[in-house]
Write a protein that binds this ligand. Structure first.
Ligand SMILES: CC(C)(COP(=O)(O)OP(=O)(O)OC[C@H]1O[C@@H](n2cnc3c(N)ncnc32)[C@H](O)[C@@H]1OP(=O)(O)O)[C@@H](O)C(=O)NCCC(=O)NCCS
Length: 303
């Protein structure tokens, strides 16, 4: 795993000066204290490249060993060339095919599940999956309903074969296009917060339980939960459905806000670096997002 977050911090107090909001409102409704914002010179592909480099180094894989690069993003530099082809060139991953995946905040899970199919079939030995967003460029900074929620960043992983008994035990992907109107990007991000909230609380809990069951496990077998970092109240609801204690849930929403496709890999990278996830832990990753889309993975951690 690897991650990149831009150095510029935007705090709730900074937002108080720009729009009619308060630190107290943002903290109590979302759990967010600050978020990172990329500068004008840093685009989505730059952040994706940094996270990808770190993931390859930590996996000890050379770029030319990659068979495929999947970049989950809804904020690409351009419609085309894709972010995945841009980083393919910068990494020197000359043997890799490349495509972007558009599933909003569930994009990283969609990417990893896709990667798993290619690795399992034997088509590719290693697939790089990056979740990356520069949401600051599509946020309406005058709209207090959305401006307080989002941040920029990237997280990445290399998917490859692992030893018997470890790896991805089960997955779930889903979509409900009828809810697309509740969270969309036309000129800016538009959101019906209450509808998204209700959907997220239900779906995150159900999907987290469902992947554990599909892996033949009960919720008591789950050691750690990495939910999409959208809102602490939504995250807590999924943790409670699994009956896990507070310290068994990944939490970085207070530092980075909602970084969409990047939130799960950013949070998991920090968990690994800080020793919260260890080899042979059963880890559940679960996300939801615009589309509406959702996805979950149950993983026995370790190479
Ligand atoms: C957005 C969200 C935090 C709002 O929380 P909530 O509990 O529904 O909000 P409440 O009902 O307590 O408050 C809504 C009120 O706060 C106001 N409000 C909205 N944003 C505000 C802000 N940043 N500061 C102060 N007030 C704000 C609204 O205008 C509304 O006022 P009204 O009642 O006078 O119309 C919540 O709905 C949510 O998290 N939804 C899911 C969003 C999400 O995760 N999106 C990303 C998906 S990937």
């Amino acid at each position: 795993m690897g991650k990149y977050v831009p150095p510029t911090v935007l705090t709730n107090e900074d937002l108080e000066k720009r729009i009619d909001t308060s630190d107290e409102w943002i903290r109590s409704r979302t759990g967010i204290e600050e978020r990172r914002i990329a500068d004008n010179e840093t685009n989505t592909s730059d952040m994706a490249y940094e996270a990808a480099k770190e993931a390859l180094e930590s996996a000890n894989i050379r770029p030319d060993q990659l068979g495929l690069i999947l970049v989950a993003t809804v904020t690409p530099d351009y419609t085309f060339p894709s972010v995945s082809t841009m980083i393919q060139e910068r990494l020197g991953a000359k043997n890799a095919a490349a495509m972007d995946v558009s599933a909003a905040c569930a994009g990283f899970i969609y990417g990893v599940v896709t990667a798993k199919q290619f690795v399992e079939s034997g088509a590719y030995e290693y697939v790089l999956v990056v979740g990356v967003e520069k949401l600051s460029k599509i946020v309406d900074w005058e709209d207090r309903n959305t401006a307080v929620l989002f941040g920029d960043g990237a997280g990445a992983t290399v998917v490859g074969k692992v030893s018997e008994g470890r790896g991805i035990l089960s997955f779930e992907l889903g979509a409900d296009g009828s809810g697309g109107k509740h969270l969309c990007h036309k000129e800016f991000i538009e959101m019906n917060g209450r509808e998204v909230f209700k959907f997220a609380v239900r779906q995150m809990g159900e999907s987290a339980l469902s992947v554990a069951e599909k892996a033949g496990l009960s919720k008591d077998d789950v050691d750690y939960l990495v939910p999409h970092q959208a809102n602490i109240r939504i995250m807590e609801a999924s943790r409670e459905r699994l009956g896990l204690p507070v310290e068994k849930m990944s939490k970085s929403v207070h530092k980075y806000g909602n970084t969409s496709a990047a939130s799960i890999p950013i949070s998991l990278t920090d968990d690994l670096a800080e020793g919260r996830v260890k080899d042979d832990d059963v880890v559940v990753l679960v996300g939801f997002g615009g589309g509406l889309t959702w996805g979950a993975l149950c993983i026995k951690w370790g190479k």
